[in-house]
Design a protein around this ligand. Sequence first.
Ligand SMILES: [Cu+2]
Length: 143
Amino acid sequence: MKKVLLSVAFLAMVGLVSCKSEAKKETNTTEVTQAIAATNVSFGVRGNCGMCKKTIEKAANSVAGVSKANWDVTKKKIDISFDASKTNAAAVHKAIANSGYDTENFTGNETAYQNLPGCCQYDHAMVMNQTDAKKEDHSGHNH
Ligand SMILES: [Cu+2]
């Protein structure tokens, strides 16, 4: 009787272990697939406020293949993720420029710019790709 119980327990354990390792394999495969599919790019985009953020991100997300867009109001920079088999960074630059905003590579559409709310009509001389100006980090240089 004891032997039977032991072997049942053993079988149950083997079952659990194999289920676990299979589940783990599946998770790993998914992660790898996502890493290959998504291309991450960051570039400078001029803008002033939260309303600009909405317009810029909406423009970026309107490009088919873009899965993520996050514009940083302090850094004047956007982080995008997209499927490289469907689109490219230049297409996102253009979509943002068409909505009236300057990117590193394209000047914002002037008509769209004029139609932006007054508070969003950013300075065309604004520095893009700023590092966090509020943070006083002197670790990268000596003084
Ligand atoms: Cu704005």
